[in-house]
Design a protein around this ligand. Structure first.
Ligand code: F7E
Length: 339
């Protein structure tokens, strides 16, 4: 039986990937941090499923703690490691830049070093990110687009990307960087914009809040469905050679578009009025203000536009996105009302 280890297993990507690998017949070990609150909600689909749960094992460890990583990798003996653990919030990285560097940069090195010492044949998937591109001024970004990070998060991830490449080239290790563009789902953390919007739509409809407050409405992202993005991680590790791959939809929408589409799913048509911090979105029918702009959510450095060119992945991995933007919003809204 193939054995995989996932760091960050309780997150959106980690939990979908664990389900995917278990269904493929893997034995899956997951690393999670100590916490006094419940952090395994995303794993209920596994732990409440006897068939999946019998091959699933959770370990307390932390990617900022080398000994704990060493202990788990030594005892589990995985053939593949999916290194997904991260401080993944870009805005938060401006508030805790040193912590973000520890988790998102140095920890990549820690995992790779432990693998090098214990068994350099273990294949590693390294979670890189489209944030590496910064404001690249290119219509599409692909594996050849120069990086220009604009946040502590992406600067730390840049280190993770290059240290993976260096170990790959210097020691012949199998380390692949997946450059994933934004990917969302009902399991997305509530402070990311898509989940914040869908959750707020539900609260507005239920009368729990009157409006939502957002930051930059004009920011544009290439949003895909996390559940199908994690499959590409596995495909990357089944290739003969390690490499770097962009995973994206090739389509771009603004935060404003996401808001409109989310409300459209509950039959509310949003109209916009005003500009800048004075802009607001209101319900065309009732005239009630449902969206306001709050500068608190502006970033010290904004990344305005990301749109991925995934043609290399399409050609080599035979991977392509299936879920459209509209379908993604619908999936997220439906999940909100089911909860
Ligand atoms: O922001 C704007 C915000 O926090 C998207 C992470 O997974 O994807 C994610 O990073 C956009 C930004 O994701 C709010 O300014 C407006 O332009 O959902 P987000 P992100 O920063 O793109 C990449 C690929 C990663 O690797 C990251 O780990 O939306 N925005 N108003 C807002 N964003 C938030 N969070 N909250 C707002 O109220």
């Amino acid at each position: 039986m193939k054995i995989a280890l996932i760091t960050g297993v309780s997150g959106q990507d980690g939990s979908y990937l664990a389900e995917f690998l278990l269904q493929k017949g893997y034995k899956v070990h997951g690393i999670r941090r100590y916490s006094s609150t419940n952090t395994i909600k995303n794993l209920y689909g596994i732990v409440n499923n006897k068939k999946l749960n019998k091959n699933f094992f959770l370990h307390y460890a932390d990617v900022t703690d080398t000994d704990s990583i060493y202990r788990v990798i030594k005892s589990v003996k995985p053939i593949e490691i999916y290194n997904l653990a991260a401080q993944s919030h870009v805005h938060a990285s401006f508030k805790v830049p040193e912590y973000t560097s520890q988790v998102d940069a140095v920890s990549q090195l820690r995992v790779i070093e432990v693998v090098k010492q214990l068994n350099p044949k273990i294949k590693i998937y390294q979670a890189a990110t489209s944030e590496l591109y910064g404001n690249s001024n290119k219509k599409f970004q692909n594996e050849n687009t120069p990086f220009d990070p604009v946040s502590p998060y992406s600067t730390a991830k840049l280190y993770g990307f290059y240290i993976s490449k260096v170990y790959r080239e210097a020691y012949g290790m199998f380390i692949t960087n997946g450059i994933l563009f934004n990917h969302e789902s009902p399991r997305r953390g509530p402070s990311f914009v898509t989940k914040k919007i869908t959750e707020s739509v539900k609260k507005i409809v239920n009368g729990e809040i009157a409006y939502m407050s957002l930051g930059n409405l004009d920011s544009k992202r290439d949003w895909g469905y996390a559940k199908e993005y994690v499959e590409s991680m596995w495909v990357m590790l089944q290739q003969k050679k390690p490499d770097d791959f962009v995973i994206a939809t090739g389509k771009v929408y603004s935060v404003r578009n996401f808001v409109e589409e989310a409300f459209r799913n509950v039959n509310i048509k949003i109209k916009w009025k005003g500009t800048g911090v004075n802009e607001f979105g209101y319900d065309m029918k009732t005239k009630k203000i449902l969206v306001k702009v709050d500068p608190y959510y502006f970033r010290p450095n904004e990344l305005n536009y990301l749109r991925g060119d995934y043609s290399k992945s399409k050609k080599i991995l035979k991977w392509r996105p299936k879920v459209t933007f509209k379908e993604l919003v619908k999936i997220m809204i439906q999940a909100e009302f089911k909860n």
